[in-house]
Design a protein around this ligand. Structure first.
Ligand SMILES: [Zn+2]
Length: 433
């Protein structure tokens, strides 16, 4: 007997009336119309069953700290960085763990079961590192949490010289942090930025680790660190293991230069993570009008065959007062900022917070095929575009075939003469689906 059988589900690829059979935490069969005995049977009633959401770029050490020790009055990146500097000495491990666990509770409710979080490694106490390693252990039964050693203040900008932050970053890796991070555009000079990319990629190659750098997160059209990242990736044979996050300067770069850069990135098999909610709010702040959007060139990167995912980046922290762990909200913003309104592009936005993000993180057993982990979410929507449009309710969230969260359908009762008694905004299903 099966442990779980989902029937009458629609899958993101458009197949309908699909059954998904689960045994011992894995999907054993995905086929149309299968009926079989199971301990639990869930009738999806035509709703969308998707692999769980994946956030490939987040800052869990800062999340839910909004208002501590004060709110960001201007809402700018620079005041956010200053605020984080004020907050850091006040952090305690207990409070960090508590906030991160609370975030993970909310993430599960939103069907978000894998998160790559950067963690600041410039604090010699490595307090946030210890806290998030503890969180990683605690949430392991329900969330795959990957940690990136992120030198927020610049890896070569330690007050006691260029070795200081590099040493603490290495200590963080020794403790079990999974990925080498960086922030080349925040180093003192362009040359130092390039040197940081070289040193950090060499460190990753030495230790057999992936790389994920905050790279060119500015409006500077001359920022060139992603070029260096692509070069070092190839030089050190790190193809497929390196991610360039943000890359907002690409928005402002000269078109001719970008026509050379994108093929170099494709050749190095870089992954790209854009963070639409944060990029659209933090970039372009020195502009009057027209104001740049600051998001990297997502459609063009995808067209070149580069794996592009969307990250949430921030939720209620010194940089961003909003957010709710909802990757459909992230996809919704990415779609708008990138003007990704073609049928194909709208579906690509759904992929950017599911399958593409899973590729960035290198998740094993992710997907809706036989043999994959039975980690999925049933949405109150009939296709990926409707899911994005409605930021659809996560009706049921499953981990290893076990129901771990559920939310009642979003349906409003109406009391209007001559009109239906209920509405849920699920209108206008396209013909033939
Ligand atoms: Zn970030």
């Amino acid at each position: 007997m099966l442990d779980l059988l989902i029937t009458r589900a629609t899958l993101p690829d458009g197949r309908s009336n699909m059954s998904v059979a689960v045994q011992a935490g894995r999907i054993t069969e995905v086929t149309q119309g299968l009926q079989a005995p199971a301990h639990e049977i869930v009738d999806a009633q035509g709703m969308l069953l998707s692999s769980h959401f994946v956030d490939p770029h987040f800052h869990m050490d800062a999340t839910l700290s909004y208002g501590l020790p004060r709110v960001n009055q201007s809402g700018t990146l620079l005041e956010g960085i200053a605020l984080w500097g004020e907050l850091k000495p006040l952090l305690t491990q207990e409070a960090l763990v508590e906030r991160a666990l609370a975030y993970c509770d909310g993430a599960v409710a939103k069907g978000l079961l894998a998160i790559r979080s950067h963690v600041d490694v410039c604090d010699p106490r490595l307090l946030a590192v210890d806290a998030l390693l503890e969180v990683k252990k605690q949430v392991a039964p329900y969330i795959e949490l990957q940690l990136v050693a992120f030198p927020q203040d610049g890896v070569l900008r330690g007050p006691r010289g260029p070795q200081q932050h590099l040493d603490t970053l290495k200590r963080a890796l020794d403790k079990g942090v999974d990925v080498v991070g960086g922030i080349p555009h925040f180093e003192r000079t362009m040359a130092d930025g390039a040197l940081s990319v070289k040193l950090l990629c060499e460190l990753a190659a030495e230790r057999g680790l992936p790389v994920d750098m905050h790279c060119d997160e500015s409006d500077d059209p001359h920022s060139r660190h992603v070029e260096t990242l692509a070069f070092e990736t190839q030089r050190l044979g790190l193809q497929g293991r390196v991610t360039g996050s943000h890359l907002t300067s690409m928005h402002s770069m000269d078109n001719y230069y970008v026509s050379k850069l994108i093929p170099l990135m494709a050749e190095a098999q870089l992954h790209v993570v854009a963070n639409p909610l944060i990029n659209i709010t933090l970039q372009g702040r020195h502009d009057s009008y027209p104001k740049r959007r600051g998001m990297t060139r997502v459609p063009e990167l995808l067209a070149a065959g580069i794996n592009v995912a969307f990250g949430h980046d921030c939720v209620m922290d010194p940089w961003y007062a909003l957010g709710s762990g909802d990757m459909l909200e992230v996809a919704h913003m990415g779609l708008h900022v990138g003007q990704m309104t073609s049928q194909t592009a709208m579906r690509q936005c759904f992929d950017a917070v599911t399958v593409n993000a899973a590729r960035v993180m290198g998740l094993q057993g992710y997907g809706l095929q036989a043999g994959c982990k039975a980690d999925f979410v049933l949405l109150q929507a009939r296709d990926p575009v409707e899911a994005i449009r409605l930021r659809a309710t996560r009706l049921q969230v499953f981990k290893a075939g076990r129901l771990i969260a559920q939310t009642p359908a979003a349906t409003s009762s109406l009391n209007l003469p001559g009109r239906p008694a209920q509405t849920s905004w699920m209108h206008g299903r396209p013909a033939g689906t």
